[in-house]
Design a protein around this ligand. Sequence first.
Ligand code: AMP
Length: 113
Amino acid sequence: MSDCLFCKIIAGEIPCDKVYEDETILAFRDINPQAPVHILLVPKAHIASSYEVTSQNCQVVGHIFEIISQLAEHEGLHNGYRVVTNCGADGCQSVHHLHFHLMGGKKLSEQMG
Ligand code: AMP
């Protein structure tokens, strides 16, 4: 997707603070962190949102959670963390490329909505 911000980051056209990369996913620090640790994990294939996750492409979501577990260990999130994906207008999704926010390093708000 030529006009997708995260596709441009994945292609190396826009820099990022990369923390993990393999053949199918990229993880980088959020430019506007909401917690001491705030990492975004994205599939390299363009999937617009969780609306577009299907039986054909859901394997990468499981892989993202495998890496979340590893990154949480690496980032020292031994007291817990939060994983969020925003979807669509009501979910306040601002970048329309599926991504998971990994946040931790402090006691997070009990408010979820
Ligand atoms: P969402 O609102 O769930 O779509 O999340 C999009 C996230 O992308 C926000 O937390 C932004 O701070 C983050 N973001 C936007 N541009 C960049 C960028 N160039 N590098 C890293 N994070 C970004």
